[in-house]
Each structure stands twice: as C-alpha cells, then as structure tokens.
Write a protein that binds this ligand. Structure first.
Ligand code: PMP
Length: 439
C-alpha cells in the first residue's frame, strides 16, 4: 500500500471456509492432468480430448462472420444499424441464433423443437450448470449419472450442492436394472431424483453408445419414476449416421433436456453450446413459461448472454453448410473414424492374442475415446511415471468417478493426433504397460 506497511496482516483464506466444491477431488483433476501435460511437453498425449487442429483456419472466422452478417442484413431489411446492434451490443439472454440451431437440429438430429425453448450458452458446460442449478431446489434433490461420467458433470453438480448418485454402466452403456434400484433406494431414503445425466452417443470416457431399445427403456423408466433425462451429445455426429436416434427425437412428453455443444462440430474457441428445455413450468406469474425461460433467468445472473460475436461465427458455419454440421464435418468425421480404427488395430497388433495377459480394450464405433483395461491400478503416480519415462500421457479412469478410487482402466483419446503420432504414442504405451506388468 504505497510502500507503507499495513497495520493489518496479509489476508489468508482457509480452504475449509470456502465452497465445498473446491476441496472435492474432481476440482483437482483438471489441474493435475493439465499440470502433468505441461511438465512433460514432449510426451504424446493420449489424454487430451481436444478436436483436431489440422483443419483450423483463421480465415473461416471472417468468412462465417460475413455469412451471418449477410443473413442478418437480409432478415433485417438492410438495416445496418440493427445488424451492428445485434452483433456488437449486449443481446437477448437466450441467444440470437436459436432459430438456426433449431434448423440444424432438424437436419442432423431429427429433433423438432420450438426455437424459443433453446438457450444458447457459453459452451455446453454452462448449459449443464444452469440446468443443475435450476433443478436443485432442496436438500432432498439428487442427480443420477451413468458412471464413470464426464468430469464436468461432477464439477457442476458440486457447484450447486447436488449429490450425484452413480448408476452402473454396462457394455451396452447403462445398467437399467441398477438405474431402477438406485431410484428406488433414493426414494426409500426420502431423496428426490431430479434427473439422469447420460451421454448416449460415444460417451466420455467410455465411448459407449446406447441402443435404440435402451433409449426407449430410459424414457419409459424416467416417465414411470418421474425424473428428467439430461441428454448430453457432443460426439453423436462422429459415428455412423444410421445409428440410433437421439433420445430427444424419441421424446414426445418433454422428458428430455437436450444439451448441445459446438466445441467439437463448430469451433471450440467460440465457446458456444445450448440447452433445449421445452418443459412447461407452472406456478409463476405472467403466463406460461418453459424451463428454458428459467435457465435464462439464472444465465442473466451468471454470464448475462453468450457472446453474440461467437454466436455469429457458429451461425455462419451453419448457414454455409445448409444447417448440417454432419456435412460441415465430413473431413473431421473421416479423421476421427480413421484414428479410432488405427488405435483399435494398433492395440490388437501390440496386445492381441493374449500376448499381454490382463490387457483388453473396448471397441467403440465412434467418438473420441477408447478404454484400456490393464492388470494394475492405473493411478496418477503411474501416469507421472508414464509421462517421465515413456513420454506418453493417458487419463486414469478414477478422474471420472466421484470416489476417486484408482482403478485398472485408462482412457485413451486420439482426436487431436496425426496418424504418425498415434503410432509412436501406442509404441510408448506398450513400453510403459509391458514394463509395469513385468515389474
Ligand atoms: N459434455 C461432454 C460429455 C464433454 O466431453 C464435454 C467437453 N469435452 C462437454 C460436455 C463440454 O462441452 P463445451 O466445451 O461445449 O463446454
């Protein structure tokens, strides 16, 4: 303070006096994983689930922005001031590209939705947070989640003090008997399961995809037990277009809140995602409202509105591709599918035919992730050793569990790598696994 010593000691805050979520293992996970990656910059990362950068082009940003600007000019009858205001001014809380997103959903996902029930958010992560914030009304409320599950859902649940009850996975994606049992147990304990969080298409971290039948069963169970389904779908386009329909497209009673992301299919740096929340909310004043309107109330107190500039860039990409992100991502889909095949073939070549007992892997049909089971606990300490001695990174699966107990599974991701990097990465992984098994 102007060189003058303060009469008061420097402020120190105690973690125990700050929000509980800060002490939760999951909040350490991202830091730890990023920190390991930074300390070993030469390591090949089979850990980062980032989109492929080989197709990034800064010129696209200008082109997309121009495409949206031209679209707005036509829509607003050439009123340049209105176009400028739309892109440069504070904007509508629920977003400005909801009509275009609705068209994209119809084209790519078979989802028909009123654009008014869409809230454009700062990434899907904000949509998750807003949804959980709105649903968590009392200490009795709990969230169900197929586990292992995306780190961001654990984090968002902790931020809003919503306990997460794990539901067992199955090779099929979700163990429906366990779901029914967990719901019954929760209700018997006086708890109120508000929603089930599920990534039905190429889940992060398991890569699993739910069959159509499981999706229908989920809708039935959710209706009978009266909870919502939070369908998070960032990877669905990176697989066979003839795959099962989105749960939302099968939903005729507004049972599903659909959470979308443009991070993998649009531009990750734009940070644009959305929620479809078409549930009617009764009991307020001023006529009928939807869950989307409630999400918007919270959003107005968190991020106010999603950057219209970022929305405009994403909108331009939609416009240029006749609203089809599947078409826009033809190259990316090929790349990710090719990488997936290369990883699966590469694992077979190195560990197949029982040449390394205890090592096995699953075989997802799309997405960014493969799980490898190993005959040892693949924990953070081993990840460090793998990075230091073998120059290869992977993600210990315990980061996707609330209990953080080390397990014998590692998640491999391959989305951002070139084929030659995948080959070297798998060679190094083989070296690490064989050394660990032998030791
Ligand atoms: N859901 C899942 C399953 C994810 O894997 C991710 C990010 N990797 C997100 C949501 C977050 O998406 P966004 O970047 O749009 O916030």
């Amino acid at each position: 303070m102007n060189g003058e010593a303060s009469r008061y000691p420097l402020v120190q805050l105690c973690l125990a006096d700050l929000h509980d979520s800060l002490s939760a293992p999951v909040s350490e996970s991202m830091n730890f994983l990023n920190e390991v990656a930074q300390r070993f910059p030469d390591a090949i990362s089979l850990a980062a689930g980032r989109p492929y950068e080989g197709y990034f082009d800064l010129d696209y940003i200008h082109r997309y922005l121009d495409a949206y600007r031209a679209h707005l000019m036509a829509r607003l009858d050439g009123d340049e001031a209105a176009v400028r205001r739309m892109i440069m001014q504070y904007g509508r809380t629920k977003g400005i590209i909801h009509d275009l997103v609705a068209k994209h959903l119809a084209v790519d996902e078979g989802i028909t939705v009123d654009p008014e029930s869409i809230v454009i958010t700062v990434g899907c992560q904000e949509a998750l947070y807003l949804t959980l914030r709105v649903l968590r009304a009392s200490d009795r409320d709990v969230l169900l989640a197929v586990t292992p599950s995306y780190v961001g859902i654990h984090g968002a649940a902790q931020l809003v003090d919503l306990p997460l009850l794990p539901v067992k996975e199955s090779p099929e994606g979700i163990d429906l008997d366990d779901l029914v049992a967990v719901v019954a147990g929760a209700k018997a304990d006086g708890l109120r399961p508000r929603a089930l969080y599920v990534v039905p298409d190429f889940a992060n971290p398991t890569g699993a995809r739910l069959s159509r039948e499981s999706r229908e069963q989920l809708l039935r169970i959710a209706a009978e037990e009266d909870f919502l389904i939070l369908e998070d779908n960032p990877y669905g386009l990176f697989g066979d277009p003839a795959g099962p329909p989105t749960i939302k497209s099968l939903d005729v009673s507004a049972r599903v809140v659909y959470l979308g992301s443009f991070a993998k299919t649009g531009i990750p740096g734009a940070r644009v995602g959305y929620a479809i929340a078409d549930q009617v909310v009764t009991g307020g004043s001023g006529g009928s409202q939807t869950l989307a309107d409630q999400l918007a109330k919270i959003k107005s107190m968190v991020t106010v509105n999603t950057s219209p500039i970022a929305q405009a860039v994403v909108a331009g990409k939609l416009l240029e591709n006749d609203y089809s992100l599947r078409a826009a991502n033809a190259r990316e889909i090929d790349t990710y599918q090719g990488n997936l095949r290369q990883v699966l073939d590469g694992l077979e070549k190195r560990f197949g035919g029982g040449s390394c007992p205890g090592v096995s892997w699953n075989t997802p049909a799309g997405g960014f992730f493969v799980l490898v089971t190993v005959p040892f606990l693949a924990d953070d300490e081993l990840l460090e050793r793998s990075a230091r001695d073998h120059h290869v990174l992977w993600t210990p699966i315990h980061h996707f569990y609330a209990d953080s107990e080390p397990r014998n599974v590692m998640r491999l991701s391959f989305s951002h790598l070139r084929p030659e990097e995948i080959e070297v990465g798998l060679d190094r992984l083989e070296g690490f696994i064989r050394e660990t098994v032998g030791s």
